[in-house]
Design a protein around this ligand. Structure first.
Ligand code: RAT
Ligand code: ZN
Length: 417
């Protein structure tokens, strides 16, 4: 067998990364059966919370003025501020242009009214099929919150979930909301006391088991602040040790920790007001080491945590690190993180998830990330060739599949760790 040329290798990498369908392991997307929870179209794209923060800052608009506008007036304001009066240089702005372009719309027409007419003609089911095909996304993993009244109603009524979508039980209040969450749980029929006594813990477990069954959830997830420590004497550690981790073990489900968010750093910005902080990696290492029969997914929000998270993964076979989350989801940082992860973990990590909230965003999040993943993969395979290793097309395809889908699918698979 002859060694592949450098051109062949880069062609194989491009082809493999572009043609491999993605399993998107963390999104905020819903299928049409969830009604108003499914978001798509130009006004949603423009009022994405990343762009709310950018535009209010750029225009120095008083917060109340922004929040008093209708959604289409907000979208007009963001379009004018970030796309007309300034160059749309940020990653979130570029994303809107990539979406419009991928749909075949003329971004240079700068015609918001025309874009609105285009989206108004789409039907949600056909549009979903089209976006998933164009983005080459095979499977979408949702974020499902039983504490959200609108979402809870959908599940309680019974919903036929599109098979391409899978559910995740998201339980932030259950871990972080004590003592107040006792009231919410009681109202939902799980009689809990604020003191987290034995009977309450049994109700918490019943809540988890019933909602996991109802949703057919493939993992449980939480987002944690930089101040999270494990173990400690907080209710968070107790609920983890006495409810979440034992149930995850029994059902062989991963528990996903998204660590580093400081909610409402600027409350005036509402959902655009969250910030971040450097979190404690030794807590991640301890939860993995002390619970070796649990599977953990983890992503962290601050750039300063990324190197130590890769090291933690090397020490913890039951830890799968994933994605370049939120403030990390920018090309320069995605490239740095992907390189670092490949250099220390080889094939055993999940490079990206979209975190899309608006269906159309799949088009840009995956187009932009695929390009970087391919770039880094190509460099690494070229380095192997330079070391005398015979790189093959099959090997390249297998690596792309591992990164874009198989590593996650194997990790959530019920029978294997
Ligand atoms: O990335 C985001 O859109 C954030 O608003 C959060 O939803 C975050 O991803 C989370 O899941 O908490
Ligand atoms: Zn998210």
């Amino acid at each position: 067998m002859n060694s592949a040329s450098s051109n062949e290798i880069s062609q194989w990498v491009q082809e493999a990364v572009q043609s491999t369908p993605v399993t998107d392991l963390h999104t905020h997307l819903y299928p049409p059966a969830f009604g108003g929870l499914m978001l798509w179209g130009i006004d949603e794209l423009l009022t994405y919370h990343y762009l709310i923060a950018e535009s209010i800052r750029a225009a120095r608009l008083p917060y109340e003025q922004y929040w008093s506008m209708s959604q289409s007036a907000q979208a007009d304001f963001i379009w004018r501020t970030l796309f007309v009066e300034r160059a749309p240089l940020s990653e979130a702005c570029r994303g809107v242009l990539t979406v419009l372009n991928a749909l075949g719309l003329d971004v240079n027409a700068r015609d918001l009214k025309g874009f609105r007419e285009y989206f108004a003609q789409q039907k949600s089911q056909d549009y979903l099929d089209r976006i998933m095909t164009l983005a080459n996304v095979r499977s979408i993993v949702m974020t499902n919150d039983p504490f959200d009244p609108a979402e809870r109603q959908v599940w309680l009524k019974g919903v036929d979930v599109d098979r391409r979508f899978r559910a995740v039980l998201r339980i932030d209040p259950l871990l972080l909301g004590w003592p107040n969450v006792a009231d919410s749980l009681s109202q939902m029929g799980y009689k809990c006391s604020a003191s987290l006594d034995g009977a309450t813990m049994a109700q918490v477990r019943r809540f988890l088991n019933e909602w996991l069954d109802r949703m057919k959830a493939i993992y449980m997830a939480v987002s944690l602040t930089p101040a999270w420590r494990y173990p400690d004497d907080s209710p968070t550690t107790r609920v983890l040790n006495e409810a979440i981790l034992p149930i995850a073990r029994e059902r062989n489900l991963p528990f996903a920790m998204m660590i580093g968010v400081r909610r409402a750093a600027n409350p005036q910005l509402r959902m655009a007001g969250d910030s971040l902080g450097h979190a404690d990696i030794s807590s991640v290492e301890r939860i993995c080491a002390q619970n070796p029969d649990n599977k953990f997914l983890c992503t962290m929000l601050s750039r300063e945590n990324q190197h130590e998270l890769v090291v933690a993964a090397r020490k913890s076979p039951n830890l799968m690190i994933f994605g370049c989350w939120w403030f990390m989801n920018n090309p320069s940082i995605i490239e740095e993180m992907t390189r670092m992860r490949m250099e220390m973990l080889g094939e055993s990590f999940v490079p990206q998830h979209s975190d899309a909230r608006i269906l159309d965003q799949l088009l840009y999040k995956w187009q932009h990330s695929r390009r970087i993943i391919a770039k880094v993969m190509n460099d690494k395979f070229q380095d192997l060739a330079a070391a005398g290793w015979k790189v093959t097309r099959e090997q390249v395809a297998r690596t792309a599949a591992a990164y874009l889908s198989d590593n996650f699918e194997r990790f959530v698979e019920p029978t294997k760790r």
